[in-house]
Design a protein. Structure first.
Length: 163
């Protein structure tokens, strides 16, 4: 008589193999998910800065991007410098850290040029890193001309490691 289907032992071996493969794949999936979250936050921050610059040039008045509660990791708010009017706001969830070498506010002039304190030219780098381990960092670079560039560093930025 010819056998149809699988035996109980074959089924148990197949389930054991699926379980082992799942256990091996879970850490890789978690790492990929963290990297995608990091890249997404960096892209959103770069896009918000570009939006603020373009909006300032379009309206012919200053636009500010301000870190929420003085911490870029919590999110940012885009608004007109005068009058105080909020255009957009983005709150971030935990798990990442954003470290800036240029303070907690970026102001774009009516010409789309970033200005620092005292109306001086401004340039900064905002590093987007993971909260717990700083293996990889994304950098949002604001040039003194106003250009916003997004870069990916394969190894952690020193600011991310020391935070």
């Amino acid at each position: 008589m010819k056998q149809q289907g699988a035996t109980l032992i074959q089924m148990m071996l197949a389930l054991a193999l699926v379980g082992v493969l799942t256990q091996l794949a879970a850490p890789a999936y978690t790492a990929i998910r963290h990297d995608l979250h990091l890249a997404s936050a960096a892209r959103e921050l770069a896009q918000a800065l570009r939006y603020a610059r373009n909006h300032a040039a379009l309206l012919g008045q200053s636009v500010q991007v301000t870190a929420l509660e003085g911490d870029w990791s919590k999110g940012w708010q885009i608004g007109l410098a005068t009058p105080q009017q909020v255009l957009r706001e983005r709150r971030l969830t935990g798990g990442l850290r954003i470290v800036s070498n240029g303070g907690t506010r970026v102001t774009f002039s009516a010409l789309g040029v970033p200005l620092g304190p005292g109306a001086s030219l401004y340039a900064a780098t905002l590093s987007v890193c993971q909260q717990r381990r700083a293996i990889r960092a994304h950098q949002v670079v604001i040039a003194s001309s106003g250009r916003v560039d997004l870069r990916t560093e394969p190894q952690a930025e020193p600011r991310c490691a020391t935070g």
